[in-house]
Ligand binder design. Structure first.
Ligand code: SDX
Length: 430
């Protein structure tokens, strides 16, 4: 990054010069690393709405323009021309692979898709009605109990092996969580299937009959993986980075990311969005919910709308909307009532002055749930699918942070407004 300008901060008749850094794209940053040491003050930014937490070369978002680039390549081109494992290679290593590099990478992932057989026992400790995200947090964290040969974060080779293991095994674990929740036997991965077809088969195959994934559904599944792969410093990625900054092993860090993603304001929004569309039920009830979304006294929000960064259409939502039409048309449910409600809700919301003023557009979660439900997934599996897709983004960002020689443990400060010093009072004197 180019250091060309400085910012001047003046208060209490004192002036401080702060260095500024210019990025390859996006806003300049004011470097406050030494501010507390020089000026004895903190900056204050709950929710990090104006704070750059790290330097990265992986993903760039322009929220006003509705642009999302992975290593410079726009998401709509990657979704249309590439496929998930090639995008994984791009995120991990920074460049699109040659044919030989891609073949080698896909072979390494394919040959790590099975999990240690004893991990099956973990699932049996959960209730059958446990949310699959609870199972995934537990089982992914437990990977550190099985793969000791890829937990030494100081060894680049072990970091590489852990990355491949996580990308390869998350679909298997997510499918096992689903099978366990419906009382069906686990289905082992197959090496003759592509990544998305393997996941669909592990979810929907039963021992009683052969299962052949439909290539159009596999393509739609792969595209959903790609659209969720990485997204700059979102809440769960920031969680993974913060956990990783303490030196925690990669499996524990990804488990922390899964836990954070679960929230309905973040990755849990796809499940919450579909449940909201079902609660709306028909287009004539949409005005009632629009009114609730505007009502300051009502905590209700339109799930699948709004974004911290995008103040324009989420470019992923556009691709997801096309995919929704394709999948529902293939499945002969193009008249899906939920899709009708979704499309009418989108139309009304985008015409409404409140949503225009607040810059609330459909985000990646608005259409994904409709596709996943049409494919046969229960709503409880929507966020696990988001989690397995985002694992490559989490681990790419984690690797970038660990490899940074200037890296240090993340430790924010605070604006303290609690009680100042006071002595203990014995109970008889209270
Ligand atoms: C993801 O960060 C990422 O990159 C995340 C993600 C990724 O790929 O990792 O893109 C994935 O998490 C997408 C977002 C999924 N969440 C939802 O769809 C849940 C619904 N959306 C909202 O909860 C909300 O929009 C957030 C949490 C997504 C963003 O909220 P912000 O930017 O923190 O700002 P805010 O909540 O303070 O909202 C600003 C204003 C508020 O009104 P005022 O206080 O200014 O009067 O907009 C209003 C909000 O009330 N608002 C909404 C709304 N979202 C924001 N009003 C109604 N419905 C909504 N959905």
């Amino acid at each position: 990054m180019a250091d060309s300008k400085t910012a001047t901060l003046t208060f209490d008749n004192k002036t401080f010069e702060l260095p500024m850094h210019s990025p390859s794209a996006g806003p300049d940053v004011i470097d406050i690393t030494k501010l507390y040491g020089q000026a004895g003050v903190f900056t204050h930014d709950p929710g990090f709405t104006s704070t750059s937490a790290c330097e990265s070369t992986i993903t760039y978002i322009d929220g006003d323009a509705g642009v999302l680039l992975h290593r410079g390549y726009p998401i709509d081109q990657l979704a249309g021309k590439s496929h998930y494992l090639e995008v994984c290679y791009l995120l991990l290593y920074g460049e699109l692979p040659t044919a030989a590099q891609l073949e080698d990478f896909e072979a390494r992932v394919t040959n790590h898709t099975m999990v240690h057989e004893q991990m099956h026992n973990f699932f049996r400790g959960f209730r059958r009605d446990a949310h699959p995200m609870a199972t995934m947090v537990g089982v992914v964290g437990a990977m550190s109990a099985f793969y000791h040969d890829s937990t030494d974060i100081s060894d680049p080779w072990q970091r590489e092996v852990a990355s491949i293991r996580l990308i390869a095994k998350l679909p298997t674990i997510a499918a096992m969580a689903y099978k366990y929740s419906i009382g069906q036997p686990f289905v082992y991965p197959r090496n003759d299937l592509d990544y998305a077809s393997n996941f669909l088969r592990m979810c929907f195959a039963v021992p009683a009959e052969e299962y052949q994934p439909d290539p159009i559904l596999s393509r739609a599944m792969d595209r959903i993986f790609t659209l969720h792969a990485d997204h700059e410093q979102n809440a769960s990625t920031s969680t993974v980075r913060l956990a990783g900054s303490s030196g925690a092993n990669p499996f524990a860090c990804i488990a922390a990311g899964i836990a954070c993603l679960w929230g309905p304001a973040h990755g849990g929004a796809n499940q919450a969005c579909l449940e909201m569309l079902k609660e709306i039920g028909s287009v004539d009830r949409i005005p009632e919910f629009i009114a609730r979304a505007k009502d300051k006294e009502d905590p209700f929000r339109l799930m699948g709308f709004g974004h911290r960064v995008y103040k324009n259409f989420d470019p992923r939502a556009k691709v997801m909307k096309q995919s929704a039409d394709e999948v529902l048309d293939l499945l002969g449910v193009e008249n899906n009532p939920l899709l009708q409600v979704a499309k009418e809700l989108e139309r009304i919301a985008l015409e409404d002055a409140y949503f225009a003023e607040k810059k609330l557009f459909p985000n990646v979660d608005f259409y994904s749930g409709i596709i996943l439900e049409a494919m046969g997934f229960p709503t409880s599996m929507f966020t696990p699918i988001f989690a397995l897709s985002r694992t490559v983004g989490w681990i790419s960002q984690w690797k970038e942070m660990i490899a940074d020689p200037k890296g240090k443990i993340g430790r924010p400060r605070q604006l303290y407004t609690g009680a100042t010093y006071r002595d203990y009072v014995d109970i008889e004197n209270r």
